[in-house]
Design a protein around this ligand. Structure first.
Ligand SMILES: [Ca+2]
Ligand SMILES: [Ca+2]
Length: 149
């Protein structure tokens, strides 16, 4: 038995700089406002005061489940909203259907004092085209933000 000859690779360059410590510690897969103690209390099934792998997996599953449920709910609501305005029932919003939907939204917003407080920027109690455009821009921004996540 000669054993394996482990040769030093000739071109091996010792790492001059250790990898920078820029990588953040793995983010816990739970809502940021839940404290560690709370999470441990909830998921520490064998009550040893810490989370082992199984328990950690349970935390992750739970978080995922919630996210999926939220997403489904959002989608369902969007579909319901769309259906209300899909007058020809083809599952899509045509230009005319979209316009009708916007008109109703705008009218609703105008009748909603709480919304108006936010969006009636010149405070005349009416929603001008410019003010409505700003609202639409904000909604678009929020949708984009959500997509990025
Ligand atoms: Ca349609
Ligand atoms: Ca106004």
């Amino acid at each position: 038995m000669t054993g394996v000859r482990a040769e030093e690779p000739a071109g091996a360059i010792p790492a001059a700089t250790p990898p920078a410590a820029t990588t953040a510690p793995a983010a816990p897969a739970v809502k940021p406002h839940a404290t560690d103690a709370e999470i441990i209390a909830r998921y520490d099934t064998n009550k040893d005061g810490k989370l082992d792998e199984d328990e950690r997996a349970a935390v992750q599953m739970n978080t995922l489940d919630k996210k999926v449920a939220e997403k489904n709910e959002m989608r369902e609501r969007a579909v319901t909203r769309l259906k209300a305005f899909d007058t020809d029932g083809d599952g899509k919003l045509s230009e005319a259907e979209r316009t009708a939907m916007e008109k109703e939204r705008r009218e609703k917003a105008e009748k909603n004092p709480r919304a108006m407080k936010r969006i009636d920027t010149n405070g005349d109690g009416k929603l001008s085209d410019a003010e409505w455009a700003a609202v639409k821009d904000k909604v678009k921004e929020r949708i984009e933000e959500r997509k990025e996540k």
